[in-house]
Design a protein around this ligand. Structure first.
Ligand code: GLU
Length: 546
């Protein structure tokens, strides 16, 4: 065989993911990136990551870093674009020209603008009369009918009369930068992109892009628009949903407790509650609580203040939200692959190898898909339960080291192994053990009234009596291990001729956790430690005794 025949054929497929760095990567963006990635990988093609930062006021380097970090967390790689982030990306500069990969660098539109790529082509359109200057901007003349075929939505025909001339270069105020429409068209063509896979919100922009391609003499790419992702209530899933949830909770709280209590609640986590700084959309500005409650700002900082203060978790929208909540990246990818695509049969659980093998643009449907949180949680719970115990332990340590360090401090590593084992089968997410096992770290819980009645006070305080007597046994126990504690309960049950282990374990559970649910009682007591167990029993007896 000659060297030539050994070479794999060069794939003609080039696709790209082109986020605007105006915020975190949200679930819709992740689905777009996944489909572009799967399509490129299936065909042995190229995936370009291009950063569309021509909106100077809204683009931030932090957003670029965040998007790259999130793509890496998901395990989606690219062949051209900014380099991958190093382990710690805080001080890393993705704009650094030397770290960008690929023959079409730079991959930031701001840098491509500085290199004169867009201005040269705008001049060409001005010279040929296809564009004209209007006050201080440049407009493109939309004077022809446009027809194109979208891979998902089919043929689209627009009459010239329904089209308006549009701006391709902003004026002085916009830094004389090209508009999104111009930059995206030029970049796709000059980077050799064959397939533009993106969200449906860009379908309406596509006649402009088609007309620009024609005027500049570029081949048109294939356009593939992905249907929208909707919430259960039929609204479009968007990052505003988090602010919406926080606003609703804040209003309920204010209605029930009054404005003073609301401000007091905010004060707990913020020194000066009445003036907040919004670095989000458009420009930095200050705002008041009323501005937020009346919907004039969606400040992410304010949303997290409310959520922390009220102890609520807003709906996950951005990829980082899912990471924080403890979803596994490959499960999130598996789930979002099903939003608008299917493998042609009922298969729902698959890995990325399967997706690459089966991915086909022809199986992307036109219909909007609904984001089914319960289904994602089920996928995640199954994956966590199926994991070897050691893997679960390692992955849980990692998650808790990032988000719930107090559990590691309290339980230490050996204890954390028991903790992980106790919750593996019952965890929907890596955060579940922090909620289910909160009592391991925080002793100031309330007692569930039903559990108290059933397990402690009914039948003239039968359970409370057991608790009082068993406390003495515990106080004299000198081998505080799960096995010994278990045997201690067994012999107590036998000695006092009680019904079963539950006759002791249930009163203990209420005293130690506030509810009648906990992992096995022996390991639970072993983990809590003797002092905490005795103290909690004392507090419980004192609190619930009539
Ligand atoms: N930068 C655009 C956005 O983030 C995407 C443009 C495209 O994919 O063509 O919405």
């Amino acid at each position: 065989m000659t060297a030539q025949t050994d070479k794999p054929p060069v794939s003609p497929i080039v696709t790209r993911f082109a986020p605007s760095p105006t915020g975190n990567l949200h679930i819709g963006g992740a689905r777009t990136a996944l489909f572009a990635w799967a399509f490129a990988r299936k065909h042995g093609g190229q995936l370009i990551l291009r950063i569309e930062d021509t909106d100077r006021a809204r683009s931030t380097p932090q957003s670029t870093q965040g998007i790259i970090r999130d793509l890496q967390w998901l395990g989606l790689d690219w062949d051209q674009g900014p380099g991958p982030a190093p382990g710690s990306c805080e001080k890393w500069d993705p704009y650094d020209r030397d770290s960008q990969l690929g023959p079409h660098a730079p991959y930031f539109q701001s840098q491509r603008h500085e290199a004169g790529i867009y201005d040269k082509l705008i001049q060409k359109l001005l010279d040929s009369g296809q564009a004209y200057e209007d006050e201080d901007t440049v407009r493109f003349r939309m004077d022809k009918d446009i027809a194109f075929n979208d891979v998902v939505f089919g043929p689209i025909n627009i009459k010239a009369a329904d089209l308006e001339d549009f701006i391709i270069r902003k004026g002085e105020k916009g830094g004389r930068l090209p508009t999104f429409h111009f930059a995206v068209t030029v970049d796709d063509a000059t980077m050799g992109v064959t397939h533009v896979i993106r969200g449906q919100e860009h379908l309406a922009n596509t006649p402009k892009h088609a007309a620009l391609c024609d005027a500049l003499g570029f081949d048109r790419p294939q356009w593939v628009h992905l249907p929208s992702i909707m919430n259960a209530d039929g609204s479009k899933m968007s990052k505003r949903d988090k602010a919406k949830a926080a606003r609703k909770a804040a209003k309920t709280y204010t209605d029930e407790h009054g404005e003073n209590a609301y401000n007091e609640m905010l004060l707990q986590s913020h020194p000066e509650p009445m003036r907040f700084f919004d670095t989000g959309e458009n420009r930095p500005s200050t705002f008041t609580s009323t501005d937020f409650l009346e919907g004039r700002t969606d400040s992410a900082m304010y949303v997290s203040l409310i959520c922390n203060g009220l102890g609520i978790t807003p709906p996950e929208i951005e990829v980082d939200d899912f990471n924080r909540s403890g979803y596994l990246p490959h499960i999130l990818l598996n789930y979002i692959a099903l939003l608008g695509w299917n493998p042609g049969d009922d298969t729902e659980r698959f890995d990325m190898q399967f997706l690459i093998e089966h991915f086909d643009l022809a199986r992307i449907g036109k219909k909007n898909s609904q984001f089914d949180r319960a289904k994602l949680a089920k996928f995640n719970a199954e994956a966590l339960a199926e994991m070897p115990a050691e893997d679960f332990y390692c992955i849980l340590i990692d998650h808790f080291a990032n988000y719930h360090h107090e559990y590691l401090d309290k339980l230490n590593y050996a204890g954390f192994r028991t903790f992980a084992a106790a919750y593996q089968a019952r965890s929907q997410t890596l955060d579940s053990p922090a909620q289910l096992g909160r009592f391991f770290v925080y002793g100031e819980f309330e007692y569930n009234a039903k559990a108290v009645k059933k397990n402690l006070t009914k039948n003239d305080g039968e359970g409370l009596n057991v608790l009082r007597e068993f406390r003495d046994e515990l106080a004299s126990c000198n081998d505080w291990t799960a096995d010994t504690l278990h045997s201690l309960i067994e012999s107590f049950v036998e000695k006092h001729q009680l019904k079963n282990m539950g006759s002791v374990a249930q009163p203990l559970r209420v005293a130690l956790t506030g509810s009648a649910v906990s992992p096995e009682i022996g390991p639970t007591m072993a983990l809590l430690g003797k002092e905490a167990v005795l103290n909690r029993i004392d507090r419980c007896i004192k609190t619930v005794s009539p």
